[in-house]
Design a protein around this ligand. Sequence first.
Ligand code: PLP
Length: 390
Amino acid sequence: MIDEPAVMRTYARYPVTLVRGEGLRVWDDAGRSYLDLIGGLGTLSLGHCHPEWVEAVERAARTIGMTSNLVATVPQAVLADRLAALVPIEDARVFFCNSGAEANEALLKLVRKHALREGRPAIVVLDGSFHGRTVATLAATGQPSKRAPFEPLVDWFRFVPPGDLAALDEALAPGDVGAVFLEPVLGEGGVVPLSIGYLRGVRERCDAAGALLAVDEVQAGAGRVGEWLSISLAGVRPDVASLAKALGGGLPIGALVSPAELSFEPGEHASTFGGGPVPCAAALSVLDVIERDGLLGSVRSMGALLRREVERLVPAGSLREIRGRGLLMGFEVAEDLDATTVVHGLRERGVLASTAGTGVVRFTPPFTIDAGEVDVAAKALAEALAEAAA
Ligand code: PLP
C-alpha cells in the first residue's frame, strides 16, 4: 500500500491501493484482483476503461483543449440536446458543472430565485437526505451530524420525514414553500427508495401549492435504476433535476436540467470548467453505449437477479432488509451485525463494496455487470454475513 501522509483524511480509506482496472475487475499494487461493486461510488457506469469511453475521451483530448464557456463547443451542444430529450422535462435547458454538489448548488440557486420571485421562499427537504458538501447543499442535507460543525448554514430549508405525506402537508400549510427538493431513492442515507404513492402524493401537493418539485438524481439518475431519472419509476415528472455520477462514466460532470422559463440569465450562475469538451464527450459515449447495448434493461434485470440471489443465499436472519432499485442496492444488516465488518469480509473475499447510512452495505456496480459477476457478489455477501454472524 502506498504511504500518503500529505493526503487530507476526509475519507476512512480501505487499506488498498488500486493500480489498474478493466470492466468490473480491479487490481491492487500487490497484484491482487477484486470485483469492484463500488464502481467509483456510482460514477463508473460502463466499468473501468470501457474501450468506447476511452476512445471518446482520447479523441476529445486530442481534438481541442479547454475552451471556456465564452464559446460554444460541439460536445457540449450535442450532450445538452441529448439530455434535454432524455429527461421528462418540457422545453428543457441544461447547465453543466463538475460534480453532484455543484449541480445541486445550481439547482438550489435556481429554485430559490423562482421561490423568492413567487413570494414563497422556503424549500422543503427530507430528513436522512444527502445533497452534497458545499454550504447550501449541506444545509439541505437531512443529516444533522454532517451539518453541525458548520452551523449556522443557509436557512432556506424546512425538513420533513421521508414517506410522510401528512408531515409534508403540515410543512406546506403556511403557504410559503416555493419548492420541494428530494432524492427519489435516498442514497447516502441508506439506499431508501421512496414509494410510488409518496412520490405521486408529493407531485400532487406541489401542484396544489404552486411549488416546484426538484429532484436530486445525482446518485440514482443517469440509468442507475434502469431509467434516466429514478423518479420515472413512479411515473412522476419533476420540474427540475440534477444529474452527475454515472453520467460521466468516471470523468467529473454534473448537470442541472430545468425548463427554459426558469433558466438562469447570463451572469447569474457559471462554471469555468463546466461542460468542457472532454467530460462532455465522455458523457456522450456513456449515453451512446447505454442506448446501443440496452443497458437500462440490463440494469433492471441484473438488479433483480442480484436481489433474488442474495435472498436465496444469505443466512436467515443476517439481513433486516434488502432495498434499492436497479443497480443501486442496499443490504441492511441485522441489528447485532456491523456493516463495516461485512464490507471488510467482502474485501477479504475479493469484492469491493461501500456502506451507506447506518448498517447498510451498498453495491453500486457498473451497468455492464453480468450474471456471473452477480453470482460472485451474492455468494461473497452471503459468506461475509455468515462470518460476521459467527
Ligand atoms: N447528491 C446525492 C444524491 C449524492 O449521492 C451525492 C454524492 O454522493 C451528491 C449529491 C454529491 O455529489 P458529489 O460528491 O459529486 O459532489
